[in-house]
Write a protein that binds this ligand. Structure first.
Ligand SMILES: NC(=O)c1ccc[n+]([C@@H]2O[C@H](COP(=O)([O-])OP(=O)(O)OC[C@H]3O[C@@H](n4cnc5c(N)ncnc54)[C@H](OP(=O)(O)O)[C@@H]3O)[C@@H](O)[C@H]2O)c1
Length: 250
């Protein structure tokens, strides 16, 4: 334990796998009770609950497709009933799809925007004001390096993540005066299911753009989220923290 988060209640979206799972476990290590949101992977979410409980913190798996206002409302109510009012919201759930802009159907575009961007709005609009009423809260949005760089094969994904930066800064302006900080973490290449389909050749090529010369681990995003959630980050709001091994420096 490092960051003084004992007794805080966290909700992490998309916590059944990958980066979200690592964030949930790290927040539990820091002393938080954690609501583990999942959509399609109930068993994996159940395993994360057990892992949190093994750290002697409380946990609950809460289902919601974050793009659904009704499901998000039910998830927030269930998490609050089980654990208490949410102090720390991590908007991590995300999907991507490898397509040129002219190959994707309008429905493909809409789905990625709905999950990656609208989902974060839906959770924040519910939980942000309740944190503000209590005078303390943290919202951390997980964006991506492509929000800044763009990408030649998933314009909807890049647009959703760039939108998340606008949402982050706007929420920070609205909520910071009432004690709630709002920040984003923009990962580069991280070892999860999302990057598992890259060929070895593609990975070697990708690593040429990473000064640290390797892919990142989910825990390396989780530690930055834990910092932003902590009292030590009380004067950090409306920022995007880039965690990408130095991509963009060359
Ligand atoms: N990996 C990278 O290199 C990388 C780089 C930059 C940014 N990111 C961002 O980091 C976040 C996590 O990515 P990851 O690599 O950990 O991905 P991942 O391994 O594919 O996991 C995605 C997670 O999001 C959840 N999810 C997907 N759609 C959802 C929905 N509609 N409602 C609720 N949950 C949903 C999944 O839950 P279920 O399985 O239960 O459906 C899963 O837990 C994403 O926002 C991603 O864009 C990742």
């Amino acid at each position: 334990m490092r960051w003084g988060l004992e007794g805080r209640i966290a909700l992490v979206t998309g916590a059944s796998r990958g980066i979200g799972r690592a964030i949930a476990l790290r927040l539990a290590e820091e002393g938080c009770d954690v609501a583990i949101n999942y959509n399609m992977s109930p068993e994996a979410a159940g395993e994360v609950v057990l892992a949190v409980e093994a750290l002697e913190r409380r946990a609950i798996a809460v289902h919601a497709d974050v793009s659904s206002p009704e499901q998000v409302e039910a998830m927030a109510a269930e998490a609050t009933r089980a654990l208490g009012e949410v102090d720390i919201l991590v908007n991590n759930a995300g999907i991507h799809q490898h397509l040129k802009s002219w190959e994707m159907a309008p429905e493909d575009w809409q789905r990625v925007i709905d999950v990656n961007l609208t989902g974060s709005y839906l959770t924040s609009r519910l939980m942000g004001p309740r944190m503000a009423d209590r005078g303390w809260g943290r919202i951390v949005n997980i964006s991506s390096v492509v929000a800044m760089s763009g990408t030649d094969h998933e314009a909807h994904y890049a647009a959703s993540k760039a939108g998340l930066h606008g949402l982050t800064k706007s929420l920070a302006l609205e909520l910071s005066p009432r004690g709630v900080t709002v920040n984003a973490v923009a990962p580069g290449w991280i070892r999860t299911d999302m990057t598992a389909d890259a060929t070895e050749e593609e990975m070697v090529e990708a690593m040429r753009e990473v000064p640290l010369g390797r892919i990142g681990e989910p825990e390396e995003i989780a530690s930055v989220v834990a910092y932003l959630a902590s009292p030590d980050a009380a004067y950090v709001t409306g920022q995007v923290l880039h965690v990408n091994g130095g991509m963009g420096l060359y």
